[in-house]
Design a protein around this ligand. Structure first.
Ligand code: F0G
Length: 460
């Protein structure tokens, strides 16, 4: 019989492999107990399929590895810096480049340069490190994402959009004097990898331009955002990913970038800027906190891998396969009735832990408990993105209680096959069938900053 549809496959073949280890249920129980029921504290040796994060976990291409051999490890003026600068200018369009060791290094610098104590920074949902750096600089983050973003079942195509009324109200209340910039993330991580539309970003640009307020883009997953614009936004079909990315960046004044995601490297990041005075101040600070302004904490070879990775990340076939794999996994889980955030996101599938474990109140850390249960079932490692990640209110010390209580199954780029995705989906289904037996947790150790990384728990 003739097939009714034609499949397509990854636009690469595998040249090097890394064996992974299968574990027994007893080994996994011991491992998760030793890790204090926190998947961040597991040893990667004890993990079978690692969906903790898509950050720094990509498989590099042969061209990137070849580039690593061309590392110019001069302390100052490495040729790899100039190559990276050229790629940032060519593909993102920012005039000035400040390299940093990873995304949070760029967030630190830009927050210190632009934020004064008492400032308010509006943004489309917080990200953990971004918000913390804004707070450490004396600012306060205000969420202005559209309401649909907080509803896992809403199928709004652009749940990363900004609520323009909320933003306008904040500007009326605080004025441009207290709002140094709007913090706009492309594919909003904490909302489930949800994109912002070009039309919304254009409207935000018009509004902020009227008040002389900057926009700083979190470009970490901007290529994935561009893919959703190409697929979903009226009038954008047929455009290349590269041209959409360039347009997104052109609507902003600068960006922070964790190259560990879109740009397909294991370490690296940067700050892209257009204003000369902001650039000069950032260049003064980078030498204090990161490294000289022509390496910023990266080796020459790392900068070369980023330079090559940027180009590869904007290839239309690459991005279709990358997001396509996430959609494949999410599609299976959705078909089986497992509650996930819809639409399926760009970098991972996010399970709605409230609906999955309705018997657990938020105080018992349902998403943390679910991540442990999935690990125990199959050795698949996932990440909590709920009340533990949300931390405490800076002023009151109370736990922030986000509406979204999620477990993130994040797909590394170019690393796993479709068969791995099948194994993952089947494991989640098996936990779903036995979900009544999943118990809540209590926190027994809580670090002061970014507690989710190192907190420890015990089953109730
Ligand atoms: N912005 C976003 C949207 C991110 O997802 C991350 C990192 C950063 C900034 C910070 O970049 O890690 O290079 O310092 N996200 C990782 C994750 C950790 O697992 O989602 P970084």
């Amino acid at each position: 019989m003739k097939p009714t549809r034609r499949s397509w496959a990854e636009p690469f073949k595998i040249k090097v492999v890394e064996p992974v280890r299968l574990t027994t249920p007893e080994q996994r129980l011991r491992a998760i107990q030793e890790a204090g029921y926190n998947t961040f504290l597991l040893r990667s040796e004890d993990v079978y399929i690692d969906l903790l994060t898509d950050s720094g976990t990509s498989a590099m291409s042969d061209r990137q590895w070849a580039g690593m051999m061309l590392g110019d490890e001069a302390y100052a003026g490495s040729r790899n810096f100039y190559h990276l600068e050229e790629m940032v200018q060519k593909y993102y369009g920012y005039k000035y480049l400040i390299p940093t060791h990873q995304g949070r290094g760029a967030e630190h610098i830009v927050s210190r340069v632009l934020i004064q104590p008492g400032d308010v920074i509006p943004g489309n949902m917080y990200f953990t490190t971004t918000r913390l750096h804004q707070e450490l600089a004396g600012g306060r983050f205000e969420d202005v994402i559209i309401a649909e973003a907080h509803d896992p079942a809403s199928e709004h195509p652009f749940k990363g959009d900004i609520d323009l009324d909320k933003l306008a109200a904040l500007i009326r209340e605080h004025g441009r004097e207290r709002i140094p910039y709007v913090s706009v993330a492309a594919t909003v991580n904490m909302a489930g990898g949800q994109p912002i539309s070009l039309a919304n970003l254009q409207a935000v640009r018009e509004l902020t331009a009227r008040h002389g307020i900057r926009i700083i883009l979190d470009a970490t997953r901007v290529a994935e955002n561009a893919y959703f614009i190409q697929q979903r936004e009226p009038g954008q079909q047929g455009r290349s990913i590269a041209s959409i990315v360039m347009q997104i960046c052109s609507l902003t004044d600068g960006c922070t970038m964790s190259a560990k995601k879109d740009a397909l490297v294991n370490i690296g990041g940067f700050l892209g800027l257009n204003d000369q005075d902001v650039f000069e101040e950032a260049r003064n600070l980078v030498v204090v906190y990161e490294g000289l302004h022509t390496y910023g904490g990266m080796a020459g070879r790392d900068m070369e891998a980023v330079a090559v990775g940027i180009e590869e990340s904007l290839d239309d076939d690459h991005i279709r396969a990358r997001v396509g794999q996430v959609l494949y996994l999410g599609g299976k889980m959705r078909e089986w009735g497992i509650p996930i955030v819809l639409p399926i996101g760009g970098h991972g599938v996010f399970i709605d832990a409230r609906s999955f474990l309705p018997h657990l109140p938020q105080e018992q850390y349902p998403a943390q408990a679910l991540a442990s249960a999935i690990y125990l079932d199959s050795g698949v490692r996932t990440m909590e993105r709920g009340i533990v990640s949300a931390g405490r209110n800076k002023e009151t010390g109370q736990e922030n209680k986000p509406r979204l209580e999620l477990v993130r199954l994040t797909i590394p780029r170019r690393v796993y096959t479709q068969a791995h995705m099948d194994v993952v989906a089947e494991s989640v289904l098996s936990v779903f069938e036995g979900r009544a037996a999943v118990r809540g947790l209590r926190m027994v150790y809580e670090p002061r900053y970014l507690r989710f990384f190192q907190a420890r728990f015990e089953p109730l």
